[in-house]
Write a protein that binds this ligand. Sequence first.
Ligand SMILES: [Zn+2]
Length: 56
Amino acid sequence: MNCTECDAGLSVPTDAMKGEIISCKDCGTSYELMRDEGSGQFSIRPAELEEEDWGE
Ligand SMILES: [Zn+2]
């Protein structure tokens, strides 16, 4: 999969976990890994880096 900001390739560890945060090496954009339970395929969504989720 590629970065949606700069289209650089994103490397996802084979043992990545759902909810893991990965960052684009080129532009630094952070993404949260989502996993489709049906296909087992990973997808990404932009991770908000605002300081908001300090526990609920
Ligand atoms: Zn990027």
